[in-house]
Design a binder for this molecule. Structure first.
Ligand code: PGA
Length: 238
């Protein structure tokens, strides 16, 4: 696990965007694993900027997102489908994209189909991750046991609270989600984790204890051969 500390969030976004430039130059038909949340917003802005400047071509690339609320309609402004279209897909020329379908009638069949589609695509070349305050990656919440493939998960109080700011009184917050499992994430050939802001310093500290803790899902990244963690100074403790 490689650790890179940069002064600001903007520098982290540019450094991670450089990895996309490198990846898509080397393999234009890369399979990208993508994430939602506030952390990647600045990265997506930088990718859009580079695309508009003619520096990045996504036309042969294909993406699979980590997770989606369940149930939720794709047109719901808080769905991750909507988030990705607003922040990235409507602004670049991505070849194809997929997210777990929050509208699926049969979530188990949806999860199996999602895993099969990732496998048929040849697996994920570059997986982007953020981290929750509770150490989750995707919606793999702290637990004593973990799923390998995509599954339907009950969100913990911590995740519900962290994301409640996006839901008003008239828009009930889904309490479950479809998420790639730790196995799907760890199967990715290369992983980039962004950790930014002072509020993430405590969980970053746990991660850098260098031990796999069952109560810190992100610590399983220690087992992966090509993971780089980008932090801003604040997340690294100031
Ligand atoms: P955040 O979410 O970027 O909004 O902090 C990250 C996550 O929960 O994975």
């Amino acid at each position: 696990m490689k650790k890179v500390v940069l002064d600001t969030y903007e520098e982290v976004c540019r450094a991670v965007a450089d990895i996309y430039t490198e990846q898509l130059t080397k393999k234009p038909d890369s399979i990208l694993g993508l994430a939602t949340g506030s952390t990647p917003v600045g990265l997506y802005e930088e990718l859009v900027r580079r695309h508009r400047a003619g520096e990045l071509d996504f036309s042969k690339a294909r993406s699979f997102n980590l997770d989606e609320y369940y149930p939720i309609s794709k047109s719901h402004p808080q769905s991750y489908d909507y988030f990705m279209r607003e922040n990235l897909f409507d602004k670049i020329n991505i070849g194809q994209y997929a997210l777990p379908n929050g509208e699926a009638g049969d979530p188990e069949a949806e999860c199996a189909g999602y895993d099969a589609a990732i496998e048929a695509a040849g697996g994920i070349d570059l997986m982007l991750l953020g981290i929750g305050h509770n150490g989750h990656i995707g919606f793999n919440e702290p637990s004593v046991s973990y799923s390998l493939g995509t599954y339907l998960v009950d969100l913990t109080e911590s995740s519900l609270k962290a994301n409640s700011r996006f839901f008003g009184p008239d828009t009930p917050q889904p309490t479950r989600a479809l998420t790639m499992g730790l196995g799907s994430i760890l199967n990715s050939r290369r992983i980039v984790l962004m950790i930014c802001g002072a509020s993430k310093a405590p969980i970053a500290g746990r991660l850098f204890e260098g031990k796999v803790h069952s109560d810190v899902p992100a610590s399983f990244l220690l087992l992966h051969p090509d993971t780089t963690i980008f932090l801003d100074k604040e997340a690294n403790g100031g």
